[in-house]
Design a protein around this ligand. Structure first.
Ligand code: ASP
Length: 345
């Protein structure tokens, strides 16, 4: 070791022991979790019942994530379980509660990525998998590939043990009404029933939801590893076969050893600007994660186009959006627990 290095190290140790410079590692939370339930347009005067439903949904997934992280589970496992809980909740546009395509069906997209290995998996346009995030995990764990689509993805997911559901499982009546409103606006014929017929349980479906509501999660675990995952039904009345940013690694989801990112919003824009990768790259270049996300939302995307959650290997975390609302949560090992729908950071 060179003499100057020894002097520098000695000085740093002396300053640390006197508390003159802070040991940033010691201040850093051991683990951090952030969740989003989609950038969207939930009005602040939404009925109490609806507000409660969003908050409860986000809180439930946060509590599961916290428990898993306290048990020392790896970031990638936490991402899968948190996203799967949100997929099972019909208030979110992922899994049950996925929006309709213009053809009256459901095509679901999901992806996930582990930062320190750069392992990643995604599915696009799956139609009969209860939890697309588990299908994405299976692609990551059991194939040489990164992204499987449509029938091939459905078949592979089923052969990997993912749970199968009929298309009618994804049905919610308000989203069917929303599809017809859009078709009408376009001057296209409205549909009397979904492509798979009207499910018996149709009348029991929840009402009053707005578009958005894609779900995502980013995690820094106790080992210092990062992971991100995102799942969606896409945009209401999308063309059959349309693929958004959610299953596109680097657009809607990204994680490396520096930063993990999940995006939500107008997928085409997230693909054009490779938003998730851009946030990570800006952080790698020395920008704070707050500034990196703000740059993407304010300088690249148009107003009302989306939201971003991101966490860094240092435990810095941000949740930002340029729409009306983004149900979200942040939790960490120091006891931070926040659930919110509106308001700025
Ligand atoms: N990004 C999703 C998509 O374009 C939609 C969303 O986040 O609400 O498919």
């Amino acid at each position: 070791m060179q003499r100057s290095t020894i002097v520098y190290c000695g000085l740093a140790i002396a300053l640390l022991s006197t508390g003159i410079i802070a040991d940033s590692k010691a201040d850093q939370p051991k683990w951090v979790l952030a969740i989003h339930g989609g950038a969207g347009f939930i009005p602040e005067n939404v009925a109490d019942e609806q507000r409660q439903a969003y908050e409860d949904g986000i809180r439930k997934s946060m509590e599961t994530g916290v428990r898993l992280l306290e048990d020392g589970r790896p970031a990638i496992d936490v991402v899968v379980e948190v996203v799967a809980i949100l997929e099972d909740n019909p208030i979110f546009n992922a899994g049950k509660g996925a929006v309709f395509t213009a053809a009256g069906g459901h095509e679901l997209d999901a992806s996930l990525m582990e930062g320190h290995t750069l392992q990643t998996g995604a599915v696009a346009g799956v139609t009969r998998i209860k939890n697309p995030i588990r299908a994405a995990r299976a692609v990551m764990d059991h194939t040489r590939h990164v992204l499987l689509t449509a029938d091939g993805a459905d078949h592979f997911a089923l052969s990997s043990g993912c749970e199968q559901v009929p298309q009618s499982y994804f049905y919610t009546s308000d989203l069917f009404d929303e599809l017809n409103a859009i078709l009408k606006e376009r001057g296209q014929p409205v549909l009397t029933e979904p492509a798979y017929g009207l499910p018996v349980e149709a009348k029991a479906a929840i009402g009053g939801r707005k578009p958005g509501n894609t779900v995502g999660c980013v995690v820094l675990d106790e080992q210092g590893h990062l992971a991100a995952g995102t799942s969606t039904g896409g945009l209401t009345a999308k063309m059959a076969g349309r693929v958004g940013d959610t299953p596109i690694v680097g657009a809607g989801t990204y994680a490396d050893s520096v930063c993990a990112v999940s995006g939500t919003g107008v997928g085409e824009q997230y693909i054009r600007y490779t938003i998730a990768r851009k946030v990570a790259w800006l952080v790698e270049s020395g920008q704070s994660v707050e500034k990196a996300a703000a740059h993407c939302l304010n300088d690249l995307l148009n107003p009302n186009e989306g939201g971003i959650i991101a966490v860094t290997a240092n435990g810095d975390v941000t949740t930002q959006w340029n729409t009306t609302s983004m149900p979200r949560a942040i939790a960490d090992s120091s006891g931070r627990r926040e659930v919110a729908i509106w308001g700025r950071e």
